[in-house]
Design a binder for this molecule. Structure first.
Ligand code: G6P
Length: 468
C-alpha cells in the first residue's frame, strides 16, 4: 500500500454523526462543543490508551458548511461531507425509511427503493475510504450502527491489515424480516467484513448468527463465532450502559435539586409526577402511554388533581413522513387529554417538543415519581438507565417495555407489553400506588445493575475483545 494512503490513528471510530454540535457563543460566533450523546463519554477513557484517535462522521450540516479535519479534546475529528441529495437517499431514505423500521419489527412499513440503496452504498464507500486513509497500519477501527452496515466489508477490501469491529445499536431482526431486504446478501457481507460484531442483546447476536448461515454466506465456528472467507468473525452481545457516575453525581447538585423542587411547584404540587423522555419516534410508544393515561383519567382510576405528566419529545428525523404523522398523532392526544381533564393554569400533560439540556433532564428525573418507558421495540433504551442512576434515594418507579433491550438487565422494573393497553394501564396504576418499601427494593437492585454495566466498561470490553 502506498505510504501516502496510510494514516496516523491507532483507533478510528466511524459513526454516522461526529460527537460535536455547533453552538453560538456569547459573542454570536459559532463554535463546536461536544454533543451530549453517550457514545463519546463511553469512549473517552478507552481512547486514552491509544496513541492517535480519529473519529469520522457527518456534522449534520450541508456540504458547504462542512469543515476540514480538526482536533477537538484530543480526538482528530474528520467530517465526512454529504450533499443534500446524499443525505436524502442515505439518511432519510435507506437508513431511516428502510432499515430503521424493518429492524424495529415493522411498526411502520419499511420502503424498499433501489435509488435509496445506491445512495447508501455511495455514502458507505465514502466513509470506508476516509477510514482507510485515517488508520495507521494494524489500527483498530470501530464502526457504528445501521447507517454504515457496508463499511466493514468495504474497509477490509481496502485495508486488510486493520482489526475491524462493528456494533449495532438497534435490534437485529429475525430471519423472516431481514430476508425481505432486496439487498440482504450485500448488507450481510458488509457486516461479515468485521472481525468482531457486537449487538445489544444475545437474541440480536443469535439472529445474525442464524441469518449468515441461512444465506449460505458463513459457517458456524462455535456458538458465538462464524467462519467467513477462512477467518473467524466473533458475534457477541455487549449491552451498552451509561456514564453512571456522571448521573449519580449530578443528581446531588444543589441547583438541580432546586430546579426539581421548582418543577413540582410549577406543576401544582401533584402527588404523582409521571415522566416520559424520548426522541419523537414511532418506536418509542409515546402514543401508547398517552392513550393509557387518558383512559385512566376517564375511568377515574387517576385523578387530574393528583397526577401530572411531563412528556419530552425531542425533534427527530422530521423530513421522514412517518415522523411527521406521529407528531400529529401525539399532539392531538395531548390536546385531547388537556381539553378533557385540564384546568386553567393546570394542564395534565406538559408536552415539550424541544431538546433539553442535561441539567434540565436531570431535574426532571429527580422530580418524577414514575418514569414511563414504553417502546414497541428498542435496542437498549438509555433513558431508563439514566432515570435509575439519578434516583439517589432509591425512590421512584420505572415502567418499562419488555421489548426494550434494557428489560434484560432491569428486571425489577414494572415490565409491560406496550401492545397490551390494559396491561400498561394496570402497570401505571401499580406504579402510582406502590409502597415506598417495594419501590426502594426494586430501585436498589436496578441501581446496582446500571452501575455494574456502565458505558466505560462497555467500550473497554468491546475494544478488548477486538484487540484479542
Ligand atoms: C439511535 C441510533 C443512533 C442515532 C440516534 C439519533 O439511537 O441508534 O445511530 O444517532 O438514534 O438519531 P439521528 O437520526 O438523529 O442520528
Amino acid at each position: 500500500m502506498p505510504a501516502s494512503r496510510v494514516g496516523q490513528a491507532n483507533l478510528v471510530v466511524v459513526a454516522n454523526r461526529l460527537p460535536i454540535m455547533r453552538v453560538d457563543d456569547e459573542t454570536g460566533n459559532s463554535k463546536w462543543v461536544t454533543s451530549p450523546g453517550g457514545l463519546v463519554a463511553a469512549l473517552m477513557p478507552a481512547m486514552a490508551d491509544f496513541d492517535g484517535v480519529a473519529w469520522l462522521g457527518w456534522t449534520g450540516e450541508q456540504t458547504e458548511y462542512t469543515p476540514d479535519a480538526f482536533d477537538h479534546e484530543g480526538i482528530r475529528l474528520i467530517p465526512v461531507p454529504l450533499t443534500d441529495d446524499e443525505r436524502e437517499l442515505h439518511y432519510d431514505g435507506m437508513s431511516n425509511g428502510t432499515l430503521w423500521p424493518l429492524y424495529h419489527g415493522k411498526i411502520e412499513p419499511p420502503e424498499f427503493h433501489r435509488h435509496w440503496f445506491e445512495g447508501y452504498r455511495r455514502v458507505n464507500r465514502r466513509f470506508a475510504e476516509a477510514a482507510a486513509a485515517a488508520a495507521a497500519p494494524g489500527a483498530l477501527v470501530w464502526v457504528h450502527d445501521y447507517q454504515l452496515q457496508l463499511v466493514p466489508g468495504m474497509l477490509r477490501a481496502l485495508r486488510p491489515d486493520l482489526r475491524i469491529g462493528y456494533f449495532l445499536h438497534i435490534p437485529f431482526p429475525s430471519l423472516e424480516l431481514y430476508c425481505q431486504l432486496p439487498w440482504r446478501n450485500e448488507l450481510t457481507l458488509g457486516m461479515l467484513g468485521a472481525d468482531l460484531l457486537g449487538f445489544q442483546a444475545p437474541s440480536d447476536a443469535a439472529n445474525f448468527h442464524q441469518l449468515a448461515r441461512a444465506l449460505g454466506l458463513a459457517t458456524r465456528f462455535g456458538p458465538s463465532a462464524l467462519e467467513f472467507q477462512d477467518r473467524p468473525v466473533q458475534v457477541r452481545a455487549f449491552p451498552i450502559g451509561i456514564d453512571y457516575h456522571r448521573y449519580e453525581q449530578a443528581a446531588t447538585d444543589h441547583d438541580i435539586l432546586d430546579r426539581a423542587r421548582s418543577l413540582r411547584a410549577q406543576l401544582g404540587q401533584p402527588q404523582i409526577v409521571m415522566l416520559g423522555v424520548d426522541r419523537l419516534d414511532y418506536t418509542k410508544g409515546i402514543d401508547v402511554r398517552l392513550r393509557a393515561f387518558k383512559e385512566l383519567l376517564a375511568e377515574d382510576r387517576l385523578h387530574p388533581s393528583q397526577v401530572s405528566m411531563i412528556q419530552i419529545a425531542e425533534p427527530s428525523r422530521d423530513k421522514v413522513e412517518a415522523y411527521v404523522s406521529l407528531r400529529e398523532r401525539v399532539e392531538r392526544l395531548v390536546g385531547e387529554i388537556n381539553g378533557d381533564f385540564g384546568r386553567v393554569g393546570y394542564p395534565v400533560v406538559h408536552y415539550i417538543h424541544r431538546t433539553q439540556s442535561f441539567q434540565e433532564l436531570l431535574a426532571m428525573y429527580r422530580a418524577a415519581d414514575v418514569m414511563l418507558v414504553t417502546p414497541f421495540r428498542d435496542g437498549m433504551n438509555l433513558v431508563a438507565k439514566e432515570y435509575v442512576a439519578s434516583r439517589l434515594e432509591e425512590s421512584g418507579v420505572l415502567v418499562l417495555s419488555e421489548f426494550a433491550g434494557a428489560a434484560h438487565q432491569l428486571k425489577e422494573a414494572l415490565l409491560v407489553n406496550p401492545f397490551d393497553i390494559d396491561g400498561v394501564k394496570s402497570a401505571i396504576v401499580a406504579a402510582a400506588t406502590m409502597s415506598p418499601e417495594e419501590a426502594r427494593r426494586r430501585m436498589r437492585s436496578m441501581r446496582r445493575s446500571v452501575a455494574r454495566h456502565d458505558a466505560v466498561g462497555w467500550a473497554a470490553s468491546f475494544l478488548e475483545a477486538l484487540r484479542s
